[in-house]
Design a binder for this molecule. Structure first.
Ligand code: ADP
Ligand code: ASP
Ligand code: MG
Length: 417
């Protein structure tokens, strides 16, 4: 069995849905399981709904209307009004409305997952309905009956044994199956999610559980490039990458592959193909056992909008175990993700992501015990397989604040010009 994954950009409008359907028809006619994300930027639109639900109830009808119009507009170009898919989609909007009207829970993360899941439920109904419309038989299923997790809403952990058992029992491997990425369920049938951008990971979970022959993630780029094309104008396609190298790149922030996707498929040596849904004839990138990197060239990964913090003790103590463990506990408490660490006798520097906007609270709490220097809005560049000219290229992007060099990896914090 093959696993395909299509992300939001590949199903952002009616033409894109037609393109996805033709790729599925041409490339995955039988025994393929297709994982689909929410259409376009719909997950963000559902986050707006959640925000209004909590903070500005009067905006809720407009926000919901926008989402319904978006999907119905796409559907009007793909279907006839009498097609079954209209009923299926209306059932979903009914369920969403029911939840919003009846919910009494104040637990934000729980509520978030019960609402956000509709993006994937809607997109898969539409893709499956369109395949049927063009005569491509397929099976739609609700992934929440297959992937089981704990109850850590918004970042749930997979129960691998149960998931593997359910998937093997229930997936019809002789058919084209269409299901949702990103969402799952706990043991009380509540919806959970695997973390933003988690649909690649869903594809990895199915591949692992079914011992699939390959996983293909279809992207808006030719494959994995040696740098993010949104940041670098001159990029090269990487034809072959080893699992280890791809894990490193994804871990440092090459967002083309979700970092959790690779380890399960590496365990079973299932190849991961990253291919272009724009040019589906092209080969793209293969991630597999074997050659580390082909071509072997420097690869650049950038994390924008970081905060560089240098911390030293006010009581003249050294920055060793006790101080460092205290600081790390606080970083964890305030959900500040550390992307680089550098330590000297009297100063401890970290480059952090302030994703949850809790940095100021962290700063206030540490301020009376430590001297803290803060540089906001800096960029963290990671270069794998660097050489002198690669480092020079990055250092020309602004003022270089900190450089760390390991055997294969150089990381540079830059204050942009
Ligand atoms: P999906 O539609 O599956 O969610 P993403 O938007 O998450 O896809 O991933 C594709 C994007 O990843 C590309 O449009 C590109 O901007 C970005 N990207 C970041 N680093 C790389 C890289 N090294 N190679 C290719 N694309 C990259
Ligand atoms: N739709 C989800 C998100 O935007 C999952 C995904 O696309 O991977 O985060
Ligand atoms: Mg994505």
């Amino acid at each position: 069995m093959k696993i395909f994954k299509f992300g939001g950009a590949s199903v952002k409008d009616a033409e894109s849905v037609k393109n996805v359907a033709s790729i599925i028809k041409n490339e995955g006619a039988i025994d393929t399981l297709v994982v689909v994300s929410a259409m376009g930027k719909m997950t963000n639109a559902f986050e707006d709904v959640i925000d209004s639900y909590y903070h500005k109830k009067e905006d809720l009808p407009n926000k919901l209307n926008y989402i319904e119009e978006f999907h119905k507009d796409i559907m009007s170009s793909l279907f006839d009004k009498t097609d079954e898919v209209y009923k299926e989609v209306d059932v979903l909007f009914g369920e969403l409305g029911w939840f919003l009207a009846r919910n009494t829970s104040q637990r934000f993360n729980y509520v978030y997952d019960q609402i956000i899941c509709f993006g994937e439920l809607l997109s898969t109904r539409i893709v499956s309905g369109y395949l049927a419309k063009i005569g491509q038989e397929n099976v739609w299923f609700d992934v929440r009956n297959y992937i089981k997790t704990d109850s850590n809403y918004r970042d749930a952990k997979v129960d691998w044994d149960l998931t593997e058992e359910l998937i093997n029992k229930k997936v019809d491997t002789s058919k084209i199956n269409i299901t949702q990425g990103f969402i799952a369920a706990n043991d009380t049938e509540n919806t959970t999610t695997l973390g933003r951008e988690g649909s690649d990971y869903t594809a990895g979970i199915f591949a692992y559980c079914l011992s699939a022959e390959s996983v293909t993630i279809w992207k808006d780029v030719p494959g994995v490039l040696n740098a993010d094309p949104r940041v670098f104008s001159d990029t090269t396609l990487l034809e072959q990458i080893s699992y280890e190298e791809a894990i490193e790149m994804a871990f440092y922030g090459a967002s083309v592959i979700h970092p959790k996707t690779l380890q399960p498929i590496e365990r079973k040596e299932i190849p991961l193909l990253v291919r272009s849904f724009v040019n589906p004839k092209e080969k793209g990138t293969t991630v597999s056992k074997g050659t580390m990197l082909e071509p072997y060239i420097p690869c650049y990964i950038v994390k924008k909008n970081q905060i560089l913090v240098s911390i030293s003790a006010l009581d003249f103590s050294f920055m060793v175990e006790n101080n460092i463990s205290f600081i790390f506990q606080k970083l964890h408490d305030y959900q500040l993700k550390v992307n680089l660490i550098q330590n000297s006798a009297i100063s401890f520097s970290v480059c952090i992501d302030n994703k949850f906007n809790k940095f100021d609270e962290f700063h206030n709490e540490l301020n009376n015990q430590f001297k803290i220097d803060v540089q906001k809005n800096v960029d963290l560049y990671t270069i794998r397989h660097f050489d002198d000219s690669a480092i020079e290229l990055i250092e020309n992007k602004g003022e270089s604040l900190l450089t760390q060099v390991n055997k294969e990896t150089s990381q540079i914090v830059i204050k942009p010009n």
